[in-house]
Design a protein around this ligand. Structure first.
Ligand SMILES: Nc1ncnc2c1ncn2[C@@H]1O[C@H](COP(=O)(O)OP(=O)(O)OP(=O)(O)O)[C@@H](O)[C@H]1O
Ligand SMILES: [Mg+2]
Length: 291
């Protein structure tokens, strides 16, 4: 892809809509082989960007979901202990006594289980998604930083494995904690804002082409109004899509304030937020859209 405009167009073909800032960030990440660090609220399209990039590049998406306590054996590689044990028993049964030979056989590549990070180094081309890095701990972050600097790993029993070409790397964070500057410095950074009305409507239309244009517009307007209210958990694009889909499933081609309130469970997941939404003048929001 030769310029940001081409990146935008290719992503759009997959159904993922980007603004100019994100198109430039993606273009530079691809061109400079730098990881793209995506930060923003829940449901704003961080994970979906990696999926769309993989599709646009025709490359497999290799996903590492981070969680508390994640370590190298879950992220990078592990040895297949049960199979090693079987091999050992079989060798013993066959009367093999040479301990050194046995050991080298046990740490053969066929007993190596490649986890997402190693798979990403061994697959060309690949898009590596390190999802929700803010859930992992400091130690894992430091380990990842090292890997992303070298794109190689040393397995004591096998030696150093280096990626022929570095994968395209997308890291995401919901900012439940700050990720260290050292890791961010390796990356290009993009903050995902909630989209404007026009962009969000375009996303809903692109994801749910069969939903009536009127319903899509009304739902988008309602979600934008909800976001402006002071909610515990402002809805993301994911919820806008869910809400439009729920209303469509109910056979609605348009929505009034009463139906909106009745279906709030598709979009708000906190009781305080639902209470607050009931107090809003949703009819006025719809009226402003010409309902
Ligand atoms: N720009 C966009 N174009 C098309 N679809 C989008 C866009 N942004 C978000 N979506 C859609 O919104 C939904 C939620 O996106 P996604 O799961 O990527 O959010 P997220 O930021 O990773 O959220 P979380 O932090 O909860 O993991 C997906 O179905 C995705 O397809
Ligand atoms: Mg996500």
């Amino acid at each position: 892809m030769d310029d940001p405009e081409q990146v935008r167009a290719r992503l759009e073909e997959t159904g993922y809509l980007v603004d100019e800032g994100l198109a430039i960030a993606c273009f530079l990440a691809l061109r400079l082989h730098r990881p793209l660090f995506c930060e923003g609220d829940a449901g704003v399209g961080k994970t979906a960007l990696a999926t769309a990039l993989a599709e646009a590049l025709g490359a497999p998406l290799i996903r590492l979901q981070c969680h508390e306590g994640i370590d190298a054996s879950q992220a990078l590689y592990d040895w297949d202990f049960p199979r090693q044990l079987l091999h050992l028993r079989a060798a013993e049964a066959a009367g093999v006594k040479d301990a050194e030979r046995l050991e080298s056989e046990l740490y053969d590549r066929r007993f190596l289980i490649a986890r997402p990070l190693l798979r990403a180094l061994q697959t060309q081309p690949a898009v590596l998604l390190v999802d929700e890095i803010d859930r992992a701990d400091d130690e894992f972050e430091a380990f990842l930083l090292e890997l992303l600097s070298e794109y190689s790993v040393t397995i004591p029993e096998l030696g150093t494995l280096r990626a022929e070409a570095p994968p395209v790397v997308v890291l995401t964070s919901n900012r439940t904690r700050e990720v260290h500057d050292a890791l961010k410095r390796r990356c290009l950074y993009h903050w995902f804002d909630h989209p404007s009305f026009a962009r969000e409507l375009a996303i809903v239309r692109s994801r749910l082409p069969r939903v009536s244009a009127r319903l899509a517009e009304q739902v988008t307007a309602l979600v934008q109004a909800l976001r402006a209210a002071d909610l515990v958990k402002p809805p993301g694009v994911a919820e806008t899509i869910d809400w439009a889909q729920a209303l469509d499933t109910l056979g609605a081609n348009e929505v009034d304030a009463e139906l909106a309130v009745a279906t709030l469970g598709s979009v708000l997941k906190y009781r305080e937020d639902t209470d607050r939404a009931r107090g809003l003048d949703l009819a006025a929001v719809l009226a402003a859209r010409g309902a």
